[in-house]
Design a protein around this ligand. Structure first.
Ligand code: ARG
Length: 610
């Protein structure tokens, strides 16, 4: 049950009856929003200003009154009031909130309903270039992509997370050159992952590729030149190089596995660039035959609608971009591979939408792909570049670590986990010092908590940003136990659980046969309202592919919860009557369940006790 949708359906007949232009009713309905100031009610309906025909002398406050008068009789709202230039303030009845909140207790999805029209999504996520250390950009793509998979799936959509691995690129030239000239056979036999990583770093050092620099930038370096020749031989189908590539791949995939495991990211499909490679000549042929693409000076290009033909990849225009799909030297491009990918995905999964969770610098590339794919016939698919900004270091420059502009992701997670452990211990000591009963966790338990909190911190910090903006990677801030952080939410969850433990209460009955909710105080009312707003948050996050709506929701829920706990009149275990105690326990149980579920949608774990 989505409160906002419910209010909109209450208003719809009234607005349809009163609007002079019926086509505008959806816009008017869109003007019903949660109110930013609780003094103005729970929601506001701000369509009267737009609906008033001023030429005919209509005044918005009068229109607002007419709308109110036209609302059907209902048990949902207190009588609405008109404020300011014609705002309608809406306050939900406490009895309605009490009943509704009791109603979600038996619902495993806590009030979130399946989409009316379930769709099929393919989500392009992670996309690391194997044989290289994972870059922070790929970390963001993995975290945001995984959250979108979880959110859309929770709403009943069919979702395929597809990892478009960069497994055919120039980095293999480095491995091939390294393996042929510098390998340690015994080391490779014992641990190919480690040996390949060593060779990769060795060649980069040998070529003096500066920290932070991409090896592709080092054009006139002789070592890099040799590597590039190896790549060309691989792409030309050289038997030795192809065999070596096949031998390297399992080790390359093995390097990624522990990272996905630690991040708890399960990807449904992994089809790298190499998978599409054999299809590329066919793609070019088909586009030529359909007269979408043309030969131009030895290259194969797709002109844009204005007939502009690019001669180099750099020349691809900004608007309605044309594209090169086969270069003069016969090589196919990133564009060709992505067009083959569109075709394959469309044929395999028949998706309604393809989302690409890739950094903002590739915006032009995706604009090109989408424009060409539509021309090619895939015009009923919703294509979206779900782009994200860069992660910046404390110096506001692109985030980089000691070695090579690509971060060692594992060590970054280790740092977050280590700091989380320190903060956990400090927090426990502090609570102990002020006389709180604190739980003495074993070393093993502490380590488990630190892992869940530390990895959660990195994810939460990423997901709580509006994804399109750059953000500063601040490991100290993200591991804080107070504020809009993973740890704060995980503590809030554990606190709910600890109330049940302390009261020796079995939560089962609150989920199967929930007691009535009694709203005796504003803090309870506010909490019930927040709990009921969970579906709104999930649906809004899914609608625009923006997970941060869920963290913003969690933050509001956590604040309402903390006011409730701090209100003397709202004692839970020591409530004045058994009815109040039961009612409050139900609220507490629901807070815990909603937090756990919301964090799960973000791919973040919880622990029962902290
Ligand atoms: N491997 C690419 C890179 O690191 C990202 C792949 C994105 N997905 C795609 N279908 N092009 O830049």
């Amino acid at each position: 049950m989505n409160l906002l949708t419910q209010l909109r359906s209450l208003f719809e007949p009234a607005l349809t009856a009163l609007a002079s232009d019926k086509a505008k009713v959806p816009d008017y309905l869109g003007a019903i929003k949660p109110s930013s100031n609780a003094d103005h009610g729970d929601y506001q309906a701000n369509m009267a200003m737009a609906m008033a025909n001023r030429a005919a002398g209509q005044k918005p406050p009068d229109v607002a009154k007419a709308i109110i008068a036209a609302l059907p009789a209902n048990d949902t709202l207190e009588p609405p009031t008109v404020a300011g230039p014609g705002f309608i303030n809406l306050r939900l009845k406490s009895e309605f909130l009490a009943k509704a909140v009791q109603g979600i207790a038996t619902n495993p999805k806590l009030g979130v309903e399946h989409a009316k029209k379930p769709r099929t999504f393919v989500i392009d996520l992670s996309g690391p270039n194997v044989a290289k250390p994972l870059h922070v950009g790929h970390l963001r793509s993995t975290i945001i992509g995984d959250a979108l998979v979880r959110i859309l799936r929770f709403l009943g959509h069919t979702v395929v997370g597809d990892n478009h691995l960069g497994d055919w690129g120039t980095q293999f030239g480095i491995l091939l050159h390294g393996y042929k000239n510098f390998r340690d056979d015994a080391a490779f036999a014992a641990d190919p992952v480690r040996e390949l990583a060593r060779l990769y770093i060795h060649i980069r050092n040998l070529a003096k590729v500066a920290d932070g620099e991409d090896e592709e930038g080092a054009t006139d370096n002789p070592v890099m030149q040799a590597c590039r020749e190896e790549t060309s031989r691989l792409h030309a189908g050289d038997a030795e190089n192809v065999t070596l590539w096949q031998m390297f791949m399992p080790a390359c995939l093995e390097m990624l596995r522990p990272i996905y495991e630690r991040l708890d990211v399960r990807i449904d499909s992994t089809l790298g660039e190499s998978f599409y490679n054999p299809m590329l000549p066919g793609i070019v042929k088909d586009m030529l035959a359909k007269q979408i693409a043309f030969e131009s000076k030895g290259a194969v290009v797709i002109p844009n609608a204005k007939g502009i033909v690019p001669q180099t990849e750099e020349e691809q225009g900004k608007e309605d971009p044309p594209a090169i799909i086969r270069k003069r030297d016969g090589a196919f491009t990133y564009t060709t591979t992505d067009l083959a990918t569109v075709k394959h995905r469309a044929e395999t999964w028949k998706p309604d939408a393809m989302l690409y969770v890739v950094g903002a610098p590739q915006a032009l590339h995706f604009k090109t792909i989408f424009a060409q794919a539509r021309r090619w016939g895939y015009d009923s698919v919703e294509f979206q570049h779900v782009q994200f900004g860069s992660m910046l270091g404390a110096d506001r420059k692109m985030f980089a670590t000691r070695k090579g502009g690509v971060i060692e992701l594992m060590s970054l997670l280790d740092d977050a986990v280590c700091l989380s452990l320190q903060k956990y211990e400090a927090n426990t000591a502090e609570r102990h010092a002020v006389g709180h009963k604190v739980w003495e966790a074993s070393t093993e338990e502490k380590n488990e908590i630190a892992e869940v909190v530390g990895v959660g911190a990195v994810k939460y910090a990423d997901l709580s940003q509006n994804r399109t903006t750059d953000y500063i990677f601040d490991i100290d801030k993200m591991t804080n136990t107070i504020g809009n952080t993973a740890a704060y939410m995980q503590y809030a969850y554990a606190r709910c659980r600890s109330i049940f433990r302390e009261g020796e209460i079995d939560e089962a009955r609150f989920r199967t046969n929930p007691p009535s909710v009694v709203i005796s105080h504003a803090a309870e009312r506010a909490l019930a309202l927040q709990l009921l707003r969970f579906p709104e948050a999930v649906e809004a996050a899914a609608a625009d592919y923006v997970p941060h709506i869920i963290t913003a929701y969690l933050w509001d829920l956590a604040k309402a919860t903390s006011v409730f706990y701090d209100t003397k009149e709202c004692h839970v275990l020591k409530a004045a009557t058994p009815e109040l105690k039961d009612s409050r326990l139900l609220l507490v149980d629901l807070v815990g369940r909603v937090i756990k579920q919301a964090l799960d949608l973000l791919g973040i774990k919880t622990v029962e006790r902290m």
